[in-house]
Design a protein around this ligand. Structure first.
Ligand SMILES: Cc1cc2nc3c(=O)[nH]c(=O)nc-3n(C[C@H](O)[C@H](O)[C@H](O)COP(=O)(O)O)c2cc1C
Length: 179
C-alpha cells in the first residue's frame, strides 16, 4: 500500500477522528417543570430562515423522557468556566440527580419556552420541537429557534475531543485552549 491509500477502519475510530464536535448543554423539563441538562455532541443547524437546529438524543436518556413530555428545549453553549459542570451533564443522569444543584448551575427563566437557560453560557437558543424522526439508535428532534440570546463579551465555548475530554475554542483569538 502506498502512503496515500486509505483502509477500512472501525466506525468507533471514525467518529472519534471526526472530533472536535461543539459540545452543548440541552435543557429540558418534565411535566412538573423539573429541569435537566444533557451534554450533546450530535447537533447541527438545519435551517437559516426560520432558524432551526437538530439534536440527536438516545431513548435511554432522561432528557428523552422530558422531550416526549414537553417538546421544548434550550441549546446552551457552555463557556470554559462551566467545563466541570458541563462534563458532569454528559456523564450523569438527571433521572437520579438534580444536575443544577449538584453542579452549582444557575437555572435562569427562558423567555419563550419552559426549559431554563443556564447562567454564564455564551449563548442560549430557545427551541420548540417541530419535527422528530428515529435514526437508528437515536431520535432526532428538530427545533425551531424562537429566541437567540448571547453574551457578546465572551468568545469561547466548549468542544469534545474523542468523547474523552473538553477543550475550548476562542473564536476571537482563533486558538484552542485546554480546559
Ligand atoms: C462529549 C459527549 C457528547 C455526548 N453527546 C450525546 C448526544 O449527542 N446524544 C445523546 O443522547 N447523548 C450524548 N451524550 C451522553 C449524555 O450526555 C449522557 O448519557 C447523559 O448522562 C444523559 O443525561 P440525562 O440522562 O440526564 O438526559 C454525550 C456525552 C458526552 C460526554
Amino acid at each position: 500500500m502506498n502512503n496515500t491509500e486509505l483502509t477500512e477502519i472501525r466506525w468507533t475510530d471514525a467518529v472519534q477522528l471526526a472530533s472536535p464536535h461543539p459540545y452543548v448543554l440541552v435543557t429540558t423539563v418534565d411535566q412538573s417543570g423539573r429541569p435537566d441538562a444533557i451534554g450533546i455532541g450530535w447537533f447541527t443547524i438545519v435551517s437559516w430562515s426560520p432558524p432551526m437546529v437538530a439534536i440527536g438524543v438516545a431513548p435511554a436518556r432522561h432528557s428523552y423522557s422530558n422531550l416526549e413530555q414537553v417538546p421544548e428545549f434550550v441549546v446552551n453553549f457552555p463557556t470554559p468556566r462551566l467545563s466541570r459542570a458541563a462534563w458532569a451533564c454528559g456523564t450523569t443522569s438527571g433521572a437520579r440527580v438534580d444536575k443544577f444543584k449538584a453542579n452549582g448551575m444557575e437555572a435562569l427563566p427562558s423567555g419563550q419556552v419552559r426549559p431554563p437557560t443556564i447562567g454564564g453560557s455564551l449563548m442560549a437558543w430557545e427551541c420548540k420541537v417541530v419535527q422528530k424522526m428515529d435514526t437508528g439508535d437515536h431520535r432526532l428532534y428538530v427545533g425551531e429557534i424562537l429566541a437567540v440570546k448571547g453574551d457578546l463579551s465572551q468568545s469561547a465555548h466548549l468542544y469534545s475531543i474523542h468523547y474523552r475530554k473538553l477543550v475550548s475554542v476562542d473564536h476571537k483569538a482563533g486558538t484552542i485552549v485546554e480546559t
